[in-house]
Design a protein. Sequence first.
Length: 359
Amino acid sequence: MRFSLSAGIALAALAAAVFAPQAANAACDRVVVRKEFRDLSSQERTAFMNALVKVFKSSAWTSLSQTHVNNAHSAHNSPVLLPWHRQFVQQLQQELWKHDASVVMPYWDSSLDSQNPASSVIFNYFGSSKQNDCVPDGPFANYKLAFPNNRCLVRGFNPTGVGMSTFVTSEALGQLVRTESDYSDFESAIEYGMHAVVHNAIGGSSGDMSYMYSPNDPIFFMHHAFVDKLWYDWQILHGVNTYDGSVNGNLVATSDVMVPFNVPVSSVMDAQGSLCYVYAQPGASVPPPTTTSTSSRASNTVVSSSSSTRGTQGTSLSASASTSTSVSASSTASVTKTATLSSSSAASASSCPPHRQRQ
Ligand SMILES: [Cu+2]
């Protein structure tokens, strides 16, 4: 079933109807709410970072990174990327819960930092970059990772932002989520577009994020939680069980078993019903259509204020929607073009692991 929505308010209403947090169903003891990193309270953020650092400095982190490398081929360049990484992010959530049951995996909406990525607040908490050298500060500095060899965590961007490519804007992402009704086309546009752009902008030429051992960098999970949120928003519009496409000429199905998790794709299609989480601000990454009329801004405001947990993000999204006139012409086609360009710019990604671009 497909919906054709022309205003954010309609999306907000639909989102509320379909994905509003409800009493936990039979499969869930509780349904947790994943928030944008900036929307966490300082208490929530501290608890999350503390638990994250504990996992980072444990053998569990090595296992996560190895899992990603060992399944690089089956988990990427395929419609399964979204469900596979949904399950993978959930693996980290499970590890976090071993240290603090109150911690809920947040996401990083990189589109809020699209025009000046290097100055994102995320780096205030996750450490900065020394341009293809060890991360110089923050809780992940001065620590040797065990995989793929004894090494520090590396990011590749210039901390001044010089040479760092911009990220895909909220508006372009919203356009994609709203208008691309075909699952496999949506998946491709995400995988080779915003997904790859963020990986490679942060990883640069030798940073972890540019390689298949990208889960070494905790930002990987923040980024993939946002990728997951975009899919979640897409599912609200285009169907929670919509899944199609092919790999090497073979059609995919929700009955496909994901390696190495040994669970079918169908087991993660419904984030709320099966994995027991929802996203705060469902649909917030889907600003209204790009005719920046007063009415559409008003609709966006409604979307932003529709949740009781609204933090600073609504303001940022609204600001981004109203100031990005220059990108308001961006269409699905241009998103796809971006994807194609960024994909071809790393044409060296012919072998994996490790390889660039398609993490
Ligand atoms: Cu990946």
